[in-house]
Write a protein that binds this ligand. Sequence first.
Ligand SMILES: *Cc1c(COP(=O)(O)O)cnc(C)c1O
Length: 464
Amino acid sequence: MPHRKIKKQGKNWRKFWKLGVDGWNTQFFDVNKDGELVANEGNHVYNLNDLAEKYGTPLQITFPFIIEDLLKDLIGYFQAYMKIYGYKGKFFYHYPMKVNQNKEFVLPIISEGGNLEVTSANELWIVKKLWEDEKFNSKIRVLCNGPKTDQYLDLIEELRTKGMNIVPIIESTMEMERISKYKGDIGVRVNLEIKTDTHWDKKFDLFGLSEKDVLDLSKIKNLKIMHYHAGSQMKSQKSILDAIKYAFSIYVKLQKIHPSLDTLDIGGGFGIPYERKNFYTAKSVSSKIVKMLKTLSDKAGVKHPNLAIEWGRYIAAPAQLVIYKVISEKSIPKANASSWYVLDGSFMNDLKDTWAIHQKWHVIPVNNMHNSLKAVWLAGSTCDSDDKYTDGGNYILMPRLHEDKNQFVAVMDTGAYQEGLASHHCLLSAPMKIIVQDSTVKIIRKHETPDTIGKLFGWNGDHK
Ligand SMILES: *Cc1c(COP(=O)(O)O)cnc(C)c1O
């Protein structure tokens, strides 16, 4: 069935493969005259098929210039709209490190003027190392979320005494006691009683204090930030705006009790158009946020709050993709797809959300992009029947296989969350990792050998 459609659209391959579209984060990608996927950094072109041939697959490629581009634009939008609408508060971007803690993600964000948000003592440990190496200046601010163990609180205290601008966020009434003695700025997290259209909109949320508990807090003279985080990958801009509006109503009440409060931190949640369908954009949403907060504050007669955002997925996901090679084909009788293409890596190991939350991806060929196509399902190489990608029981279009030519497959937008969740089911090797930036390729992790993986499981060579 899909084949007829292809013939009609077949001329404009860039459009057909949904590349070069600004709102979809594919403005960095294109098809060359040989039908190969390329990435553009300014005027430099990276041929992804050549990289896959040269370094072998599975191959994970990170593009720090995409992080820099997206963040620069995002900060620019908010600052511009604040000027246009006469908004008096300041704007702060905080990168939530749990989205991707790799150096090649964190460092470009710092260099573009981003601040940080951490969720554990171990993430904060990395921040401490960066601080000690003088990788950032003291203007940066670090927000600390997540359950506060003694080790975590001690580290926060240590970094504050060393001069870091570090703000613990109170997540529960129990944390209140110890954090209330803290000498620096403090934040509090509110659990909004509001529905947002995300996978994570749970009826009972562990994180944060209820509105009542927040308003019952006795006066904290250094309370600076009211924070909430309402879920990830929000499907509509309405969800984002409704949450802000609701949170602002609490902010106004809280500000009366704690006059030091001057910042509203709206957490993460901005989505990615993984499916390349119509989607809201950062440019339009940032304008609406600033305008709405201005109107609401003026109406309530409060100072325009400083605005902090922690949109992690938005910045990190588009900056990475994974390339696999098709290693065999197997026909499927009676299904939406006619064949399985078996890949030399694993969805279950490398792209865990495929399995965990039925994540949909933009999956496209890396080469032979002009060839005749067929509808397939993709399978990973573990022996697990859950290791597959079918686009939700639909199909994926891929070129027909040629005996004398490799077929590479790219999964786009994989930069958020997948690496922290990755595993070694069936002891498959993780993808090799490279970074491309400024016309050069840097190897971060080689293909794992049987020996390196064995060591992860205690087989130290002598197998005793
Ligand atoms: C996970 C998380 C984020 C990032 O969410 P995204 O959906 O990736 O933007 C931000 N803030 C907090 C507190 C989080 O837990």
